[in-house]
Design a protein around this ligand. Structure first.
Ligand SMILES: O=P(O)(O)OC[C@@]1(O)O[C@H](CO)[C@@H](O)[C@@H]1O
Length: 407
């Protein structure tokens, strides 16, 4: 139950790994053990670390939730609070949104990420993230050339903003917890780019941007690699169009969800593009570095983006920070799940009804990779489900959903 300004919203039950025949169940029972095993394979950890990771692997899925045991870790008091309601539950029975964030924090506990020593601040997913962006790839060069064209033509940037929004959306298909970079489905540049949209509020978004320009825009980033490049191209376009005077990129405070981006990943992406063989990515990087130096692009990380809470349950402070924004762009599936309580809402529940707690204008750009969605049309659901039984989890379908608080 959630009440604000005498609006009562009854939030349905959360997704859990005990939901029969669900993607959450397959994730807890099959995908997470694979991710832990891959983390061991892809690093050259000391044997003691591998033993802790195998012990974690053995806990899945029916082991108990326990406090994080990471003496001196900066986020330990936070996790004591976040874990408390689920002590005595199991990896499968506690809410999936909680256990998934908890899993990645337990991986860092096992690797000693926050402990002095050889693995201190070592990103266990670095290898996969590094492979997720090839600076010489044709797609990178094409994106950079188009961005460079827009940089001096605000009208062109405004005209192409719908394309940039779709580029950022479909960049979310590249999700290393689901596929390797080479395997991910690719809709960009095909008719699926629009045909596979299950909701498209682009027109309402454009009207909003025209009304609030030049705005402060906040982007809740998702995956490093190609998706992050697509997000940086969107940021570049918003600044070139004059829609944004400042963009704040919100990043994770520590590695999570395999490919989620941190400040280090943004800086490495810029370094990789700055060394690209083609001049176009180099020019894009020089411009983005200029925006960083001028304070028009800001990188912000926080433990709040690693927390296991639905956004509705966020402390007041981070929500107040977001309330300053003229537009918050939430990228990806995990951020979407967090926005909609990772709950069993009827799929036709209006998006505005579910995110009515959000304190700023909101744009969700998300490819479906979990069995939760709102704001869809009944007939469209039937049509897509008949065409593609895996439509909720294979990343082939996406939403562009916009919400603006009544003020
Ligand atoms: O946020 P992203 O990178 O788009 O996706 C997050 C994700 O990898 O994690 C969950 C499954 O483990 C799903 O929500 C989704 O597959």
């Amino acid at each position: 139950m959630w009440v604000r300004m005498n609006v009562t919203v009854v939030v349905p039950s959360p997704l859990r790994g005990t939901d029969p025949d669900s993607f959450a169940e397959r994730t807890v029972r099959e995908r997470w053990p694979r991710i832990v095993a891959q983390t061991i394979r892809e690093n050259d950890f000391p044997e003691a670390v591998n033993e802790r990771l195998w012990a974690l692997h053995r806990e899945l899925p029916d082991g108990p939730i326990r406090p994080i045991q990471d003496p001196g870790a900066p986020d330990l008091p936070l996790w004591d609070e976040w874990v408390a309601p689920y002590l005595g539950e199991t990896w499968a029975s506690a809410p999936w949104l909680f256990t998934e964030h908890y899993l990645y924090r337990r991986i860092l506990e096992a690797t000693g990420y926050f402990q002095p020593g050889p693995t201190y601040l070592h990103d266990p997913f670095r290898k996969q993230k590094t492979e997720a962006l090839d600076p010489a790839a044709e797609a990178v060069i094409v994106l950079a050339r188009a961005a460079n064209e827009r940089a001096t033509q605000p009208e062109l940037a405004r005209a192409q903003l719908p394309l940039l929004v779709r580029t950022a959306l479909w960049g979310n298909q590249i999700d290393l917890s689901m596929w390797s970079a080479g395997e991910a489905p690719r809709h960009l540049g095909t008719d699926r780019e629009t045909a596979h949209l299950l909701a498209d509020d682009t027109d309402a978004l454009l009207a909003h941007l025209e009304a609030v320009a030049p705005a402060r825009i906040d982007l809740l980033a998702d995956n490093a690699g190609f998706e992050l490049l697509c997000d940086l191209v969107l940021v570049d376009g918003l600044l070139a169009a004059g829609y944004a005077h400042t963009v704040v990129l919100h990043l994770k405070a520590h590695p999570t969800f395999v490919s989620d981006a941190m400040i280090a990943d943004v800086l490495e992406t810029l370094d990789v593009l700055a060394a690209a063989p083609d001049p176009a990515p180099r020019a894009l990087t020089e411009r983005l570095r200029g925006y960083l130096a001028a304070g028009r692009l800001r990188l912000s990380d926080s433990f709040i983006w690693n927390c296991p809470l639905p956004m509705r349950a966020f402390p007041k402070l981070p929500l107040a920070d977001l309330a300053r924004s003229n537009l918050v762009i939430a990228k990806g599936d995990a951020n979407y799940r967090r926005l909609v309580d990772d709950a069993h809402w009827p799929f036709t529940t209006p998006f505005a009804e579910v995110v009515g707690y959000f304190p700023a204008p909101l744009l969700a750009l998300r490819t479906l990779k979990a069995e939760v969605v709102v704001g869809l049309d009944e007939a469209r659901i039937r049509e897509v489900a008949a065409q593609d039984p895996e439509w909720m989890t294979n990343g082939h379908w996406g939403v562009i959903q916009f919400y603006r608080p009544a003020r």
